[in-house]
Design a binder for this molecule. Structure first.
Ligand code: SF4
Length: 309
């Protein structure tokens, strides 16, 4: 059965809605069905731009995949990679993705293969002749290595590394729960039930702390209550900033959860007021205005559609 366009909610979608309405439109409406060869060229163009990534996001994705693979090997009883193998595999993935993007190989499978916005827009930071590309690449190679070493070494993560697979509740699983009839997406990086019955949810971060991080953990606490029957007063979230080795502990409790649900409800109401079915219409892009040129535009995938190149 063909996938149908519907309104759903996630913390990142809500963040985009607030950051730039036009980007929100292009992400969730203007690029819809763009994966179909021979379809509407405007939707195809928006979809190809949407599928691009950037080096900071690529580095974060590689760190998440490396940690997930580490957990899967443990769950399946396979030997863990040595420290060097763990790091080398991740750095090798960064190099491979970079080359796939640079050489245009992504065109074979745009949905699956890496296309960097830095290459698409020929940004100065990936200029090879000046040496900028080497400096830029090294920054993310070092970020990956520092993040994975933190995962292996941080004493605060010992309970995570040592948790028995029989206690695990989630490991990078894309999941949803229902909220007021709308699907809410939650992707907890890792969760387990501790000996005292509390649920511990962990989120790996490779960038700097953001205000939205705590809210995301509150949403995961809602998911924990819905899916695992967790008592909200016994859910503890941890944002782990791997590059700086900081851990921020969040205990939303019942009151925090209620507050998060109010925020989701308000956010959904705003999204619903602009929602239309992109299976059948293009909607009015003007209802989703561009923001003023600035930092948000400077790294946005859709620059060429907004004359912000
Ligand atoms: S380029 Fe700027 S205005 Fe256009 S979608 Fe991106 S953030 Fe919004």
């Amino acid at each position: 059965m063909a996938i149908q366009h519907e309104l759903s909610w996630s913390a990142s979608r809500a963040g985009t809605f607030v950051a730039c309405p036009r980007k929100y439109y292009l992400d969730y409406y203007g690029s819809w069905l763009g994966w179909q060869q021979g379809g509407d060229p405007a939707r195809r163009q928006a979809w190809l731009l949407k599928k691009m990534t950037r080096m900071p996001m690529l580095a974060g994705q590689i760190v998440h995949e490396a940690i997930e693979a580490w957990f899967i090997a443990k769950r399946e009883g396979r030997p863990q990679p040595s420290r060097q193998e763990f790091l080398d595999t991740a750095v090798g993935a960064l190099r491979e993705h970079y080359q796939v993007s640079k050489q245009g190989k992504w065109r074979r499978r745009p949905a699956k293969m890496c296309h960097l916005a830095e290459h698409h827009y020929q940004e100065e930071r990936i200029d090879e002749a000046s040496g900028a590309a080497a400096t830029y690449g090294t920054r993310y190679k070092e970020r990956i290595i520092a993040s994975l070493e933190s995962f292996l070494d941080m004493p605060e993560l010992a309970p995570v590394r040592e948790a028995d697979p029989s206690t695990w509740l989630a490991c990078e699983d894309m999941t949803t729960f229902d909220f007021e009839g709308t699907k809410v997406f939650a992707v907890p990086d890792f969760a387990y039930r501790a000996e005292d019955g509390s649920v511990h949810i962990w989120d790996w971060k490779t960038g700097s702390p953001r205000k939205a991080d705590e809210f995301q953990l509150q949403v995961y606490a809602g998911y924990a209550r819905d899916k695992w029957g967790a008592d909200p007063d016994k859910v503890i979230g941890f944002d782990v900033y791997l590059t700086t080795r900081e851990v921020v502990r969040v205990e939303p409790g019942a009151a925090g959860l209620d507050g998060a649900f109010v925020r989701i409800s308000e956010s959904l109401a705003e999204m619903k007021s602009l929602h239309f079915n992109a299976d059948f219409e293009d909607g009015d892009p003007q209802a989703f205005p561009l923001i003023e040129p600035g930092f948000e535009c400077s790294s946005c995938n859709y620059r060429e559609l907004c004359d912000r190149v």
